[in-house]
Every structure is written in structure tokens, then in C-alpha cells.
Design a protein. Structure first.
Ligand code: TRP
Length: 359
């Protein structure tokens, strides 16, 4: 068998994409895509978005092309990466039906990502069944394409573990090797694994209002950087500053190279030197923010400009999605066929069945 180089990952279209998405997964996708060694699939997870937005489909409709634009803006290339829409793939509604028989309620209740999401949404016992079971649906997303690699941030690790368990149960119970156990591809830089919000809180998240969006204009970006959370005890420039929990330094860790620091502040050779000065006292927050703003502007400008360019032709965006979706249907239907055969429900084409029961 040829080596499996299939990548699959996706995003919920509940808003346009932000820096957390970018450092957690998008930049890895683009990097892997450009090696030319993989077959990448990138999915707009509208079904998953519906699991907690059933009453607000307009929010999802609004963001289908927004997310597509973000993908193209960061450098996903439809000639190399299949970009598609989840709800249009028959396998992604059918496979979860089979997989849900292999997962217990108590297993779902133990999923730490689900646990924290339930808390964040105040669902308590009124949690929609579809939301509770979205890890099963996500296992279908991955396995329908028999993907080996899933570039994600570390918050998605419990989803991958669940998917691997389903794969191993399925292959064992139905005595086959059809499904593939996926692996996560995490960001190399640990500050990127779960990028903090501009307010310093644990995760950049739309519902917390602490995001930097890929499409933010220059002014908005600058405003967000200048009002970022730093160190509440660093009141006078001469006070010693703390790096721990300091969002500006977390972002510098995530985005700044020593060369950039040195070009902006010739008095420091490295980011390390700059941190040392900050910790000792004598380096003001404003100066740090100016550096960060300059680095982030340089990073996001080309993305924003490409986004604006693509936004001019919505017909072309639709074509990209339609073509990608058609290809994804084809690939995943192959898996569906194998899965039905493995379970033994392909009655009309299964010779053994016909021989045994329909003679
Ligand atoms: N749960 C992911 C998120 O919230 C989105 C997603 C849906 C996904 N299906 C996927 C990610 C399959 C990786 C693989 O960001």
C-alpha cells in the first residue's frame, strides 16, 4: 500500500478566523501543503457549528465564505488542498450513526474538551444531544478520508483520542483494517498551542471577545495590541516586570524572531535580552507593545491584502468550494462503501449474503 499522507482538519464557521486558529493550525496546514508531500483536506465544519447553533443557522451561512476567504488569505491553495463543506458530504452524516454504537455515554462525559465547552456555554443538563456527540461526528470527519494527520491545537487532542478509540473498536469488531488511526500535528512553538487572548485569559475565543482576527484592519490591530494585558504590577517603567501571564510577551514568544527584535531595538541582540531588561526593570510596556505591533502588522498585512483580493470574486469562491466538495464526496464515498461492507449491511451487492439468505 502507498504511504498514507492524507491530512484532514477543519474549522467551525461561527465567525471569521483569528490568530489562535492561525498559529494553532492554519500555519501548519500551509506549511505541510507546500511540502508537496501530502494530500490535504480542509473542511468547513458547518454541521459541527450547528450542534450549538441550531436556532441560528444564519450565523453559519454568514461565515461560510468568510472562512473560505481566511483559508485562501493565509495561503491554502485549492490546487493543492481540497477545501469543502461538511454538510454536503453524505458519509459525514452516515458514519456517525455507525460509530455512535461503539461509544458509551460515560466515555463522552469524560471528554475534557466537551466538559469545558459545556461549562462555557452554561448548558448544564439542557445540552443538545448533537453537541454531546460531536466527538463522534468529528471522528467521522477524520476517518471518512482515512486521514493519518490532523493539524490542530492541543485543545483538540481529546477529540483525536476519541477518534483513535473508535477506529480501533471498529477495526476489531468488524475484523478489518479499513479505518486509519489519526495523529495530531501540533504547533512546534509551545506559545502557539493554546494562544492566550489579548486579555491574557487562557484561550483566544470569539465568545470571550479577546481575539485578533486575520481580517482586522491596521487600526483595529494596533488598538488591540496597545490595550493588551501585561503585568498589573508593572506600574512605573523602572519597576521589575513579570513575564508569566503577560500576553505581550507570550505573543512575542509566538511571533518574534531575535532578528526582528534586534532590528527594532538595536540594544538587544535577542528576545531573551529584551526579556531580561523587562524583568529587571527599566523597560516600559509601551515600547514592548510598539515592537509587537510592528511585528504583527508585518505578519498580517499580506494576509489581509490577499483576503481583500479574493473577496472581489465571490463566484470564484463558490466554485472553489463546489469543486472541493465534489472531490470530497467522491473520496469519502469510497470509505462508506468499505464500511458498509465491513459491517455487513451491503445486502444487494454482498455475494455471501445473497448466497446465504437470498437463494
Ligand atoms: N472541533 C474543531 C474546532 O472546534 C473543528 C473540527 C471539526 C475539526 N471537525 C474536525 C478539526 C476534524 C480537526 C478534524 O476547531
Amino acid at each position: 500500500m502507498a504511504e498514507n499522507n492524507i491530512i484532514l482538519t477543519g474549522d467551525r464557521p461561527t465567525g471569521s478566523l483569528h490568530l489562535g486558529h492561525f498559529v494553532g493550525s492554519l500555519s501548519n496546514r500551509v506549511r505541510l501543503q507546500n511540502t508537496g508531500k501530502y494530500e490535504p483536506f480542509v473542511m468547513i465544519a458547518d454541521l459541527q457549528a450547528l450542534t450549538d447553533n441550531a436556532e441560528n443557522p444564519e450565523k453559519i451561512r454568514q461565515n461560510i465564505l468568510e472562512v473560505t476567504l481566511d483559508y485562501l488569505a493565509v495561503g491554502l491553495d485549492p490546487a493543492k488542498t481540497t477545501i469543502f463543506v461538511q454538510s454536503h458530504i453524505p458519509a459525514l452524516t452516515e458514519l456517525p450513526m455507525y460509530y455512535s454504537n461503539l461509544v458509551t455515554m460515560s466515555r463522552l462525559e469524560r471528554n475534557p474538551t466537551i466538559k469545558s465547552e459545556i461549562k462555557m456555554r452554561n448548558f448544564e443538563r439542557s445540552i443538545p444531544v448533537g453537541f454531546m456527540t460531536y466527538p463522534i461526528s468529528q471522528a467521522a470527519d477524520i476517518t471518512a478520508f482515512r486521514a493519518k494527520y490532523v493539524p490542530v491545537g492541543e485543545d483538540q487532542l481529546p477529540m483525536l483520542e476519541q477518534a483513535r478509540e473508535i477506529v480501533s473498536s471498529f477495526n476489531r469488531i468488524y475484523n478489518c483494517e479499513i479505518l486509519v488511526e489519526p495523529e495530531a500535528i501540533l504547533p512546534e512553538n509551545s506559545s502557539c498551542n493554546r494562544l492566550v487572548g489579548t486579555d491574557g485569559s487562557s484561550k483566544m475565543s470569539k465568545s470571550l471577545g479577546n481575539c485578533v482576527y486575520l481580517k482586522d484592519d491596521e487600526k483595529t490591530l494596533k488598538q488591540k495590541v496597545m490595550s493588551m494585558y501585561t503585568d498589573p504590577e508593572h506600574i512605573n517603567v523602572s519597576d521589575p516586570g513579570h513575564l508569566e501571564g503577560n500576553a505581550v510577551f507570550t505573543y512575542l514568544d509566538a511571533f518574534a524572531t531575535d532578528e526582528q527584535v534586534n532590528a527594532f531595538f538595536p540594544e538587544y541582540q535577542t528576545l531573551g535580552d529584551m526579556k531580561e531588561h523587562y524583568t529587571k526593570g527599566g523597560l516600559g510596556d509601551m515600547k514592548c507593545k510598539k515592537l509587537l505591533n510592528s511585528i504583527m502588522q508585518d505578519m498580517l498585512r499580506p494576509i489581509r491584502e490577499r483576503r481583500e483580493e479574493y473577496a472581489k470574486d465571490k463566484g470564484e469562491l463558490l466554485n472553489i468550494l463546489r469543486k472541493g466538495t465534489d472531490h470530497a464526496i467522491e473520496v469519502s464515498n469510497e470509505t462508506l462503501k468499505l464500511v458498509r461492507n465491513a459491517i455487513g449491511i451491503d445486502y444487494f451487492s454482498d455475494k455471501e449474503f445473497l448466497e446465504k439468505y437470498a437463494k
